[in-house]
Design a protein around this ligand. Structure first.
Ligand code: AMP
Length: 210
């Protein structure tokens, strides 16, 4: 079995959908954004290099990203493929990935820019378990987080100004990656606006998972 890529602009729901479908596909989620945030929090050399790019909504240099992905793919749980979330984000990253992994499918979750700003500025995560919530679209249930120990965190780069910078980075540098996989016959476009369950079902159908 190869790997799956969840592709789309910031706020498309890649992280939310990865959590919902990973128990059905069996592959671990590999989010470069999560790995970089952990590196920043731990103060590692990668974190120190990445921090200013992340704060401004720019992309971290390709060689840093490719290095952390190469390392991650050597871990035992990656042996049967992974679900990439937020990677690759440039053509050089996609070309580097082509050389080290087999990609079975690329799911492009499509959401218009107008919708994204509202989504991102309302989102928050439960720190212990990583579940994603939203002030309006996906509020914390009255019974609290299913993990039982809810601690709210909001990302530093989820401010409106940074979201707009991240969107223009996406349009300039990342959207050509969709064409790269379309040419390879691997791209599935999914409408990312609407009911979260229906979107999960559309993704599973595109992946051929019953
Ligand atoms: P994300 O959580 O995927 O929205 O990523 C947060 C930030 O981390 C991005 O705005 C970039 O600064 C950086 N980042 C994450 N993944 C990548 C990647 N594949 N290439 C370059 N920068 C990345």
């Amino acid at each position: 079995m190869g790997s799956i890529i969840l592709f789309g602009p910031p706020g498309a729901g890649k992280g939310t959908q990865a959590q919902r479908i990973l128990d059905r596909t069996g592959q671990p989620q590999v989010s470069t954004g999560d790995m970089l945030r952990a590196a920043v929090a731990a103060g590692t050399p990668v974190g120190m290099e990445a921090k200013s790019y992340m704060e401004s909504g720019a992309l971290v240099p390709d060689e840093v990203i490719v290095r952390i992905i190469e390392e991650r793919l050597t871990e035992p749980d990656a042996a049967n493929g992974v679900m990439f979330d937020g990677f690759p984000r440039t053509i050089p990253q996609a070309e580097a990935l082509d050389a080290i992994a087999t990609i079975d499918a690329v799911i492009a979750i499509e959401v218009p820019d107008d919708e994204i700003v509202g989504r991102i500025t309302g989102r928050y995560t439960c720190k212990p378990c990583g579940r994603v919530f939203h002030d309006v679209h996906l509020p914390l249930p009255p019974s609290g987080c299913p993990c039982g120990t809810f601690v709210e965190v909001r990302r530093a780069d989820d401010s409106e100004a940074t979201v707009r910078a991240r969107l223009s980075t996406y349009h300039e540098q990342t959207s050509p990656v969709a064409e790269h996989y379309d040419r390879a016959g691997l791209l599935h476009r999914i409408d990312g606006v609407g009911d979260v369950d229906q979107i999960s079902n559309a993704i599973l159908a595109a992946l051929g998972v019953e």
